[in-house]
Design a protein around this ligand. Sequence first.
Ligand code: NI
Length: 176
Amino acid sequence: MARLPIVLYPDPALLRPTVPVEQIDDSLRRLVEDMIETMYAAPGIGLAANQVGRSERVCVVDITAGQKEGQLHVFINPEILETEGSDVDEEGCLSFPGITIDVERPFRVRLRALDLDGTEFEFEADDLLGRCIQHECEHLEGKTFLRNLSGLKRSIVKRRIRKRIKDGDWVAAPAS
Ligand code: NI
């Protein structure tokens, strides 16, 4: 396994929709393993393939950041089937170091995806896990959580980011 460099906004990889996986082979399995290691090292609770500059439609999620067994989820070609409710909570993103914003999202989500054996499954999640899955699926569409902000708030955050880039203060969280 290897840690992969996490790309930061506004890297074009983050703004490019990912491509559905057609074959679950060794190279995809290696990518997933590396993404898991990268997410845990950050530490983060979710990571989409385009955040490490790849184009495969795959994301990994563990809202305990590896602190609890059995909380790791791998979603290959996830597709949101249904959402329900609404909730506002603070979100961060490994591609936006040090930035947290309040994001309104559906409270519950139901999705379909493939697992690492290529078996299709349906999954339902709410609250933090549901939020995290929606955040990662948004990445896979080539979008970021900034799109959920009003125009004014978005331009304020973008200005902060531009300043941090200019100050040389826009760097990925150091891996521990
Ligand atoms: Ni993110």
